[in-house]
Design a protein around this ligand. Structure first.
Ligand code: ATP
Ligand code: MG
Length: 309
C-alpha cells in the first residue's frame, strides 16, 4: 500500500488517537459515462485503473458525510466478509468537470452546479457494464435464484450495527456464464444515520424491502459468522480504515469522527438485541425461527477480529 505523506493528528478526550495517514494511492477519473438515478446524484465514471466506478461527490445534495459513511462502512463490511464492491478515493480533475457538460448536481429550482473536483467517493461497478446485466430490483418469483441469499441475514447484522437509516440496498448481477444472480450490497450512505451520526435505532430500519429473503432464518446461526465478527471487532480495525478518509469529507471535525468510531465500537454488543427487535416486530420476518430463546448470551471466547485489513 502506498501511503500519502500527509499526516494529521488529533486527540479527543479519553478516546482514540486519530492519525490521518492519507490512505492508499488514489485513482483518478478519466471519463464521464452517465448520470445515475438516486438521491445522491451519483455518476458513472471510468478511472485511471481502467475500471468503472459510481462516484458520489462532496457537494451531493444529501450530505458531505455520506462519503465518510460509504468509505468506512463499505470497508468494514468487506472486513466482515460481506459481498460489497471495492471502494476507493477517486480524484476528479477540474479539467474533467469543465469538459463534461453532464457532470452537474441539480440543486433544485432548475439550478445546476458543477460536481466538485478533488477527492470523491468511488464504488467500483460490480461487473463489466458491457457484458453483465445488473439489476436494482428482482421480482419476488426470482428471489429464489439469488445464489447468496444466505448473505441477507448477515448484512442485516451489519446494518443493525451501523444503524443504517435506509432500507438495505443491493444490486443483482448475473454473469453471462452463470444461471443464478449474485447480490452485492451497495449504498452505505445512510449508515450512522446519514450526516447525523446519532444512531436512532428502530426495528424496521436497515432491513431489505422484501422480507422473503429472511425466510430461511431458523436460529442465530443464520447471522454467522458476521455477527460474531462484529462483536469481536477491534477499535484499531475501525480507526485504521478511518485514517484513510480525507478530512474534508468530515469538514476536519476530528472529534466527531472519533466519537463515531467509539460509538461504533460500543454498539457491537447491541446487535443481538437490535436483531431481536426486528424479529419481534409486526413484520414477523423470521416465521420459521421457533426457538423461544430470544437473545443468546454473548460468547466471550470469540477471538478479536479485524487485525489484518
Ligand atoms: N458498485 C456498484 N455497481 C453497480 N451499480 C451500482 C454500484 N453502486 C451504485 N450502483 C448503481 O447506482 C445507483 C445509485 O447508487 P446508490 O443507491 O448508492 O445512490 P443513491 O443516490 O443513494 O440512490 P438512491 O437514493 O436511489 O438510494 C444504484 O441504484 C445502482 O443502480
Ligand atoms: Mg441508494
Amino acid at each position: 500500500m502506498n501511503l500519502a505523506i500527509e499526516v494529521q493528528i488529533s486527540k479527543y478526550q479519553g478516546g482514540t488517537l486519530y492519525i490521518y495517514m492519507g490512505g492508499p494511492e488514489h485513482i483518478y477519473a478519466m471519463q464521464h459515462v452517465r448520470r445515475m438515478r438516486g438521491g445522491s446524484q451519483s455518476h458513472l465514471l471510468r478511472a485511471s485503473d481502467s475500471h468503472f466506478y459510481i462516484c458520489k461527490f462532496q457537494n451531493n445534495p444529501q450530505d458531505i458525510r455520506i462519503l465518510v459513511n460509504e468509505y468506512l462502512a463499505t470497508h468494514l463490511a468487506a472486513l466482515l466478509g460481506l459481498p460489497v464492491p471495492e471502494v476507493a478515493i477517486i480524484d476528479v480533475p477540474e479539467w474533467l468537470i469543465q469538459n463534461s457538460p453532464e457532470l452537474k448536481i441539480d440543486i433544485g429550482g432548475g439550478l445546476l452546479r458543477p460536481c466538485a473536483s478533488g477527492p470523491q467517493f468511488a464504488s467500483r461497478y460490480v461487473a463489466d457494464p458491457h457484458s453483465t446485466a445488473i439489476f436494482d430490483y428482482l421480482p419476488g418469483s426470482i428471489l429464489k435464484q439469488i445464489a447468496n441469499i444466505n448473505d441477507f441475514p448477515q448484512v442485516l447484522a451489519f446494518d443493525k450495527w451501523t444503524g443504517n437509516a435506509d432500507g438495505r440496498q443491493a444490486v443483482f448481477a448475473k454473469e453471462p456464464n452463470q444461471r443464478r444472480y449474485k447480490a452485492w450490497f451497495i449504498d452505505q450512505g445512510y449508515c450512522f444515520n446519514a450526516g447525523e451520526w446519532d444512531f436512532p435505532d428502530s426495528p424496521l430500519r436497515g432491513v431489505f424491502g422484501r422480507i422473503a429473503v429472511y425466510e430461511h432464518v431458523t436460529s442465530w446461526t443464520a447471522f454467522e459468522p458476521t455477527l460474531s465478527r462484529i462483536e469481536a471487532i477491534t477499535e484499531d480495525a475501525i480507526s485504521s480504515i478511518a485514517s484513510e478518509i480525507p478530512p474534508e469529507w468530515f469538514r476536519h471535525d476530528f472529534s466527531a469522527l472519533s466519537r463515531l468510531m467509539a460509538t461504533l465500537h460500543q454498539r457491537r454488543l447491541a446487535v443481538r438485541n437490535l436483531i431481536t427487535g426486528f424479529r419481534k416486530s409486526t413484520r414477523n420476518p423470521f416465521p420459521n425461527w421457533t426457538d423461544s430463546e430470544l437473545v443468546r448470551p454473548i460468547q466471550p471466547t470469540t477471538k478479536p477480529h479485524g487485525g489484518n485489513k
